[in-house]
Design a binder for this molecule. Structure first.
Ligand SMILES: [Zn+2]
Length: 205
């Protein structure tokens, strides 16, 4: 019996979200080639067909586009870095040339801890030394596709609360908050709305 068969050869290991298992899985990108075969025996190699990602657990294959979906662990790491950058930029813009404010620092640490991350004052000091403001936008941008409107609003609101801990939000901090909103892909009216609500809340306390 002459027919066409497809052979698969694993090319490189990948971690991905398997749509069949529904969770993060190890797998491999597999290169696939058509063969003219007699029975099960390949005789003539034909051109390669599009590579696929194969799950190591369920064995199902799916298109490479799945690799654009961040795994849960990648997403968690992404959020962790983005949050640290945003917090540091808000704290730094509030300090200006002035000294550290204990209450601000404590609140900054609590924002990280409430988000579920291990984080303390030493981590904050490290981040203030090592993370620069220019890094904030590139780290926040991937979250634009991952957070819901409500998630974005909630994140911006938390950062506004942090900025307002030691008095009204300063122009430099407001600028950071605007950059956060823009990086998250929020509409200008939405950003201004969240900041205005924050201003009213902090004035009345
Ligand atoms: Zn699977």
């Amino acid at each position: 019996m002459i027919g066409i068969r497809i052979s698969s050869a694993p090319q490189r290991p990948v971690a991905f979200v398997c749509p069949h298992c529904g969770v993060d899985r190890e797998g491999a990108v597999v290169l696939r080639r058509r063969w003219l075969a007699v029975g099960k025996r390949p005789v003539l190699p034909m051109r390669a067909v599009s590579p696929m990602v194969q799950c190591a657990v369920c064995g199902q294959q799916c298109g490479l586009a799945i690799l654009n979906v961040p795994t849960s662990s990648a997403l968690e790491a992404m959020l962790h870095t983005a949050l640290r950058h945003a917090i540091v930029s808000v704290v730094r813009a509030g300090r200006g040339m002035g000294p550290a404010n204990d209450e601000v620092d404590r609140h900054a640490v609590s924002v990280m801890r409430n988000a579920g991350y291990m984080y303390d004052r030493f981590d904050l000091d490290d981040d203030l030394r090592t993370l620069n403001d220019a890094g904030m936008t590139p780290h926040l941008r991937p979250l634009a596709d991952e957070l819901t409107q409500h998630g974005k609003q909630s994140l911006l609101h938390k950062l506004h609360t942090l900025a307002a801990i030691d008095g009204p939000v300063r122009p430099g901090q407001r600028e950071v908050l605007l950059r956060v909103g823009v990086a998250l892909g929020m509409a200008a009216t939405h950003i201004n709305g969240v900041l205005a609500v924050g201003d009213i809340e902090t004035q009345s306390t």
